[in-house]
Design a protein around this ligand. Sequence first.
Ligand SMILES: [Zn+2]
Length: 417
Amino acid sequence: MDKTGSAHINGGRLWDSIQELGRIGTDPNGGVTRLSLSNEELIARQFIIRLMEDAGLAVRQDEAGNLIGRLEGERQGEGAIATGSHIDTVIHAGLFDGALGVLGGIEALRTIKEQGIKHDSPLEVICFTDEEGVRFGAGYLGSRAMAGAWKRNWLELADSAGTTLREAMKYADLNPHQAARARRSRDAVKAYVELHIEQGRVLEELGEAVGIASAIYGHCWLEVSIRGRADHAGTTPMKLRQDPLAAAAAALLAIEQIAIQQGGVATIGTLNLAPGAINVIPGEVVFTIDMRHEASEPLRQMELAITAALERSAEARGLTTSIRAIDGAQPVQASKRIVEAIASSCASVGLTDTYMVCGAGHDAVAMNELTDIGLILIRSRDGISHHPLEWSSPDDCEAGANVLLNTLIRLANDRSN
Ligand SMILES: [Zn+2]
């Protein structure tokens, strides 16, 4: 602790651990590929276990394969203040997504142990199983298991080589039928704070190293089909056409305005025309809409307004529309007391408190079902993520880990709950 009462991690040691973990699963085609429960990720887990042990933590693996490093507090029987993230990656990933949260958490707990910093509640750093969902098509497996939302039918999900999650868990010496036992109670985990790279450009634009998430976007995914009539591009006069792409184009511009008005975001990420030839008027347009908002009611209003705009636009041209919901999740609000603890910690290490909405999903979303959550974000260069060029500077990683460290200490000594 320094004169101001704030604690500091060892930035060089954190940076070295990020580099060392990044050498496990180096992909010959660029970046790092450590798919969940792959050989590479299993080697990385051994590295994490070693690091946790070196930090003086009691290490255990739960039934869902989550690695938990724990430092007991001064008061017996208290729920833990937990931090963590994941070390599985997408294909051709960078060094920071997930890794920063796990390694920053270990570094924070190591600092507390080394410096003998007093804390009432026990502290935990958790390395969750399969956050990315790339290998088996379902993500947050470990954090959802811990929050009591494990689904048995996930075991039948298979990767591109046909290996099921059941087989992959057995390969990793886990009993697939016991995964649901990873569930913990609210009394056992009093708070969860995650440190993560932003994966966007907001902090870089603001010139800030660290941001505090006030909420995490909820989302609504739709698949839309507008059907018209495929005709010859030369012989069909404009007034005789039933062109679904023209209807879609009008709707897409309306969708942009609706997102702006509601203060959310909406994206048309895929669009397919059938039959799809240069000299044929399309007979059908199929596209997806990804809409996100930090609050439930505006998210619902966005969905209603967008659905109405699509139907209006198609009807005006005598076309038929079908809209199918593909996926959705409610927004997550960060806990007020954790946001306050993060803000005080920012101040104590000389950073401004910059509030933002987190646009990407994290283990914190799943942990919100179990306990109060908070999220500390750090600046990503050029907003690049899920790519070998993903980058956060050593100074920013250190700043984020310092905020995490002081937040954990604050929460672990908070008697008000
Ligand atoms: Zn991540």
